[in-house]
Design a protein around this ligand. Sequence first.
Ligand SMILES: Cc1cc2nc3c(=O)[nH]c(=O)nc-3n(C[C@H](O)[C@H](O)[C@H](O)COP(=O)(O)O)c2cc1C
Length: 169
Amino acid sequence: MDTMEKILSRKSVRQYKAKPVPREVINEILHAAMSAPSAGNERPWHFIVLTDRALLDEIPKFHPYSAMLKQAGVAVLVCGDTTLEKHKGCWVLDCAAATENMLLAVHAKGLGAVWCGVYPTEDRVLNLRKLLNVPEHIVPFSLIPIGFPAEDKKAGDRFDGSRVHENRW
Ligand SMILES: Cc1cc2nc3c(=O)[nH]c(=O)nc-3n(C[C@H](O)[C@H](O)[C@H](O)COP(=O)(O)O)c2cc1C
C-alpha cells in the first residue's frame, strides 16, 4: 500500500489480540515518531514504552477513555520536554506531529493503535507524572496503546469540500 492509501485507511483501533508486538517493531514506530517535523527542529519529545501490566492496568483508573489499555501489551507515552522548546508553545505541536507519525507507522506495520488524549487535561498529566516518575519539566502529552488489531474498521471518506477555500475565505 502506498502512503496515501495508508493515510486514508487509518482508523483508531481499540481492541487487540493477545499476540505480543515485537520490540523491534516498537523501535521502528519510535523511529517514525522522531522523524516528525518540529519547530526550529527542536525535537522536544521523549517516549516512555510501557509494557508493565500493573502500570498499564493502573491508567484506566484515572483516564476514563483508556479502557483498551487492559488489552494492550504495550503503549507509548509521548512526552514533551519544555526545556528543549525554542519556539514558545510549539512543543505541543511537535508532540502532536510525532503522535500522528506513530499512528501512521503503526497502521503501515499492520498493527492498530489509538491516540488517548492526555495533555491538556490536568489530572491525566498529573496522574501519569506521578505513576511513572516523570520529572516536572516533562509533560505527558499523548498515550498510544498498540497491538495486533482484533477489530476490522473501514475508514469512510471524510473529505468536505465546504472546508476548502480558494485564495480568500
Ligand atoms: C487529541 C485526541 C485525543 C483523543 N483521546 C482519545 C481517548 O482518550 N480515548 C479514545 O478512545 N480515543 C481518543 N481519541 C481518538 C478519537 O476518538 C478518534 O481519532 C476519532 O473518533 C476519529 O476516529 P478515527 O481515529 O478512527 O478516525 C483522541 C484523538 C485525539 C486527536
